[in-house]
Ligand binder design. Sequence first.
Ligand code: KG4
Length: 338
Amino acid sequence: MNILGIESSCDETAVAVVRDGREILSNEIFSQADMHAIYGGVVPEIASRNHITVISRLAGEAVRKAGLSRSGIDAIAVTAAPGLIGALLVGVNFAKGAALALDVPLIPVHHVRGHIAANYLAFPELEPPFLCLAISGGNTALVDVRGYTDMTVLGATRDDAAGECFDKAARVLGLPYPGGLPLQNLAEGGDDAAFRLPHARIEGHPYDMSFSGLKTAVVNIVHNALQKGEPLDRAGLAASFQRAVSETLVPRAMDAVRALGYDTVVVAGGVAANKRVRADFEAVCRREKLKLYIPPLKLCGDNGAMIACQGYYEYLSGVRAGQELNAYATMDLDKAAF
Ligand code: KG4
């Protein structure tokens, strides 16, 4: 079964074709990051307009590069939540038109379920159950993945997502948007004990997280140094920041996997590309003899293949949408219903 997957929830327009949920036939991605960089973050209206400009061409390319004609597409999967509403609507409306024109089923997909599914594309042997830490620009959650479409959020961030925190910390350090990779590069060679930064805990909710205090601490350190005209150890601050993020994420994931009794940890989303987070997970999983899956860098960020992959499993579980399908800016990952 060949599924055309469409992703437009933020600043990447992406269309892919995936066969039987696991084999990527094509994966076209148009990143708008450069267009938003001058504003220091994503401008929703600009994102929507750019999706409109490129989505049709990208879909054509995805079908062509898959070696198929339109009649070779058996279903259309599309990110319908969560994300920027205008951006989502471009993908959803394009998908509705395509499903109608090709007379194939339309499958709505939750964006973060897609990030989790990126691991099925990278690792053919991976099957639920497992514990997943989903860390992206807009979402941060610890998820008990019992089945492909059966999952429970054990804990999530109470405020900023991990990626958002990376982007804000990077911005105040004078780095370009998106800030995750530049901050990681700045941290290379920096002393991760140079600054003591806060690690928030929420009483009674051991799996919940908070990154706003960490973000504010970085902002205050930078502004204090500027106001006093003092030199700032930027590499040390970047390294200490990465350490604080990792020390928030990794122990919670390990506590959760032990509590569930699973032998597998999966990490998903744009921040899963982070070297420090990857290294810390690798070290602890090796020590505790747990299987660890983190997608290769090209599947960590937003892409259409992950939506087609999750769409396949949603399809198998009976999920279908009609022409009345809407997009939703927010939606719980474990209660995804369209
Ligand atoms: O998953 P993604 O492409 O978009 C969402 O679904 O939100 O994630 C984008 C986020 C951005 O915040 C970006 O700064 C972050 O992932 N990111 C990183 C790295 N590469 C991308 N964060 C830390 N280290 C990286 N190497």
